[in-house]
Design a protein around this ligand. Structure first.
Ligand code: EPZ
Length: 431
């Protein structure tokens, strides 16, 4: 199994191109199921999760073609992928596929909306929390679907089609909002989604659905109105830049010191995280190219953060910020309000010498002067990258195991960091 070895202590200087957002690309790819015409997505990141979702969509009969490289193209440009769900051959999403990637559960919405039936495996356990799907099912039931759970599968039917409804989420849910949006777009009549997630990835999905002929207003706010249409047509859409990738590299620069241009990053998509970063003593400034992150030799000030739905501090940057805080000059409190078990990185950071104590949903991080390299392993994508951030500042070698987590969501991580002066390499074990 591959691992990553980091020799800490280098400052980062240079340019890091920001890829298309994984968490936008996945629901956009799923939206290809909603039309018999083609959907072309540009700026799709080259990630294990994207490849996995392609396999899952193929199972339903979705064809795809990836544009070849043209002369002068660099890997920094994302892929252009053409999807065609002309004929949906199967409305079953089996356990062995859905359990490998939770987001694939979202195929339920387009399948029931377009085909009137779907049988989708419940996703099962997850390393960061229980992650139920009750709100997604509630949204579909409101829209008129009959839902049964049989042998670990959600069996949904709507033989006469879905009908518009008012859907009120009592908790903000990104996947619930994607589900409601896709299903309502093809329902008979009008829908309103209340307490909708405001995440940029929801707005990106709505923009793509609108380009496909859906009638949606208010996406990106907590109230979304949808006028159902009978069918959608083909479209071309570019995936928005990955705010979590941008925030991750910004925290890496804050950790090591240095000066990096995050090319193509959109500061407006991660303002809360940038505000927290500025309080640590890191300079962040928006430029026409993206986001410049700069920190000279000064120390890292401790800063408290509390995760919240957008526009709050993202849970997907909590582990990385904790990595940064392990070297702050004081004590910081990091509170996780979205997922109840998203502190699996704490014990691994401790292996590098971090002082972190957990009190319920809050981690109390006492900054230390030095971290020391060690072998570590992680249980999820963002936890893994927090170990990379810590390893970049630790003395000696840090080896991160189970990096398939990283490959799910960070495109060419080592290459991007090496280009800025980091000493980081992938080690592949033979066999
Ligand atoms: C999305 O997950 C992201 N995944 C997650 O990114 C991200 O952490 C999360 O949103 C929050 O921002 C993708 O976009 C593919 P939720 P999602 O529904 O949609 C509870 C990463 O590292 N809830 O917004 O599954 C849930 O348990 C990942 O890239 C219910 O109670 O998250 C959680 O506490 C990890 N019932 C909260 O809502 C439900 O039916 C928010 O979850 C659904 C959710």
């Amino acid at each position: 199994m591959d691992r990553i070895r980091i020799t800490g202590g280098q400052t980062l200087k240079g340019v890091i191109p920001i890829s298309g957002a994984k968490n936008a690309a996945l629901p956009l790819m799923i939206a290809s199921l909603m039309t018999s015409e083609g959907l072309t997505l540009e700026n799709v990141p080259r990630l294990a999760d994207v490849r996995m979702l392609i396999r899952i969509l193929e199972n339903h009969g979705v064809d795809h073609a990836i544009d070849g490289k043209r002369p002068g193209d660099s890997l920094n440009a994302g892929q252009t992928i053409h999807f065609s769900a002309k004929n949906i051959v199967d409305t079953l999403a089996p356990y062995d596929l859905v359990s490998r990637m939770r987001a694939s559960f979202w195929v339920l919405a387009p399948l029931i909306a377009r085909m009137g039936e779907a049988r989708v495996s419940l996703p099962g356990g997850c390393a960061i929390g229980t992650r139920p799907v009750d709100l997604l099912l509630m949204a579909l039931e409101k829209l008129g679907a009959n839902i049964d759970i049989e042998a670990g599968y959600v069996v949904a039917t709507a033989p006469k089609g879905l009908r518009g409804a008012e859907i009120h989420f009592d908790k903000v849910t990104v996947g619930g909002t994607h589900t409601a949006l896709m299903a309502a777009a093809l329902a008979h009549g009008d829908s309103v989604i209340l307490n909708a997630a405001c995440e940029p990835e929801v707005a990106d999905l709505a923009a793509c659905l609108t380009a496909m002929g859906a009638k949606i207003s208010g996406a990106g706010t907590s109230t979304i109105e949808v006028q159902g249409v009978t069918s959608l047509h083909g479209a071309r859409h570019s995936v928005l830049p990955d705010r979590i990738e941008a925030g991750t590299y910004a925290m890496a620069v804050a950790m090591t010191g240095g000066d990096v241009m995050l090319e193509g990053a959109r500061p407006d998509l991660l303002q809360a995280a940038l505000d927290s970063l500025a309080l640590t003593g890191t300079s962040v400034s928006a430029t026409s190219e993206g986001l410049r992150v700069y920190r000279n030799g000064g120390g890292i000030a401790p800063v408290d953060v509390c995760t919240a739905p957008f526009p709050g501090f993202p849970t997907d940057l909590q582990a990385q910020f904790m990595g940064l805080m392990t070297r702050s000059a004081g004590v910081s409190r990091i509170t996780e309000t979205i997922f109840e078990n998203r502190f699996m990185h704490v014990q691994e950071l401790a292996r590098l010498g971090a002082h972190i104590r957990l009190e319920g949903d809050t981690a109390i991080v006492e900054g230390v002067k030095r971290l020391k390299g060690a072998p570590v392993m992680a249980t999820d994508l963002r936890a893994s990258v927090s170990l990379v951030i810590a390893g970049l500042a630790a003395e000696g070698d840090t080896t991160v195991h189970r990096i398939y987590h990283l490959d799910r969501g960070f495109e060419r991580l080592e290459e991007k960091l090496v280009a800025c002066g980091a000493q980081i390499e992938r080690i592949s074990d033979p066999g």
